[in-house]
Write a protein that binds this ligand. Structure first.
Ligand SMILES: Nc1ncnc2c1ncn2[C@@H]1O[C@H](COP(=O)(O)OP(=O)(O)OP(=O)(O)O)[C@@H](O)[C@H]1O
Length: 218
C-alpha cells in the first residue's frame, strides 16, 4: 500500500466537512475522488498536500506520516520527496520561461535540477516547442499541460490533481485524463484526481465518492 488515509476529520467553525475519511491506494493505482461541489474534496487534498491540518486522523505514504493532527509543518520533507501536485491555477513565475519555471520547481522541491527529466516531461506532454515561452504566452491547453509537467518533473510517487478538467470541454477533458494516466505510468506514480466532473466517472481504476464527510462505496 502506498497511501493510507485513516480517520481523517476536519471542521470549520460549526461545519464538519470531513467526518471520518478512510481509504488506501496501492502503488501505481489510479483513483478518482468524486463528490459534488462543497463536499470537501479540496479540503481532503489540501490535508494530503500539507496545506491544511486535519483535526483528527492521519495520512501516511509508504508508512511515513504525511499529515496528522499534531504536526503538519514537520512533514515537509516527506511531502517533497513523494508528492507531485497539479494545481488548478498555473502557479508559474511570469518573468521566467516555462523550462526555467520547471527548473525552479524541481530545485525548490528536490534541491537539484534535472534538465533531462524536464525535457522528457515537456516532450511527453507535447509542449517541448513552448519551453522558452513565458507563462502568459501559453494557450489554455498548453497551460494545463504545463501544470501537469510541473508536477511530473519531481518524479513523484503520488501524483495529485484537483479539478484538472473543470474548465475544459469534453474532448479536452478526455485528453487531460489520458495524459494524467500516461504521465503517472511514466514515473510509476499513484494517481489521485479530485473532481465533481461526472464525465470522468469510470475512467479510473478506483472511484472514491465523498458524501457527508465520508467515503462511500460505489
Ligand atoms: N478555510 C475554510 N474556512 C471555512 N470554510 C471552509 C474553508 N475551506 C472550505 N470550507 C468549506 O468547506 C466545505 C468544503 O469545501 P471544499 O472546497 O473542500 O469542497 P469541494 O468538494 O472541493 O468543492 P468544489 O468542488 O466546489 O471545489 C465548503 O462548504 C466550504 O465552504
Amino acid at each position: 500500500m502506498l497511501l493510507s488515509v485513516s480517520g481523517v476529520g476536519k471542521s470549520f467553525s460549526e461545519q464538519t466537512v470531513l467526518r471520518d475519511v478512510n481509504f488506501d491506494l496501492d502503488q501505481a493505482e489510479r483513483a478518482l475522488l468524486l463528490g459534488p461541489s462543497g463536499s470537501g474534496k479540496s479540503t481532503l487534498l489540501n490535508i494530503i498536500c500539507g496545506l491544511q491540518r486535519p483535526d483528527s486522523g492521519r495520512v501516511e505514504i509508504d508508512e511515513e506520516v504525511l499529515a496528522d493532527a499534531d504536526g503538519a509543518g514537520d512533514r515537509d520533507d516527506v511531502r517533497r520527496r513523494n508528492l507531485g501536485i497539479v494545481f488548478q491555477t498555473l502557479r508559474l513565475v511570469s518573468a521566467l520561461s516555462l523550462s526555467a519555471n520547471l527548473e525552479l520547481a524541481q530545485k525548490l522541491q528536490t534541491g537539484s535540477v534535472d534538465k533531462a527529466a524536464i525535457q522528457v516531461a515537456l516532450e511527453r506532454l507535447g509542449i517541448a516547442h513552448r519551453a522558452h515561452a513565458r507563462p502568459h504566452e501559453l494557450s489554455q491547453g498548453e497551460a494545463q499541460r504545463a501544470a501537469i509537467a510541473r508536477a511530473l518533473v519531481v518524479k513523484p510517487r503520488l501524483l495529485v490533481a484537483d479539478e484538472p478538467t473543470s474548465a475544459l470541454d469534453t474532448k479536452n477533458t478526455e485528453t487531460v485524463a489520458a495524459l494524467l494516466h500516461e504521465v503517472a505510468d511514466s514515473v510509476g506514480a499513484t494517481l489521485l484526481v479530485a473532481t465533481h466532473d461526472e464525465r470522468l466517472r469510470g475512467s479510473f481504476g478506483k472511484t472514491l465518492e465523498l458524501r457527508a464527510g465520508e467515503i462511500v462505496p460505489c
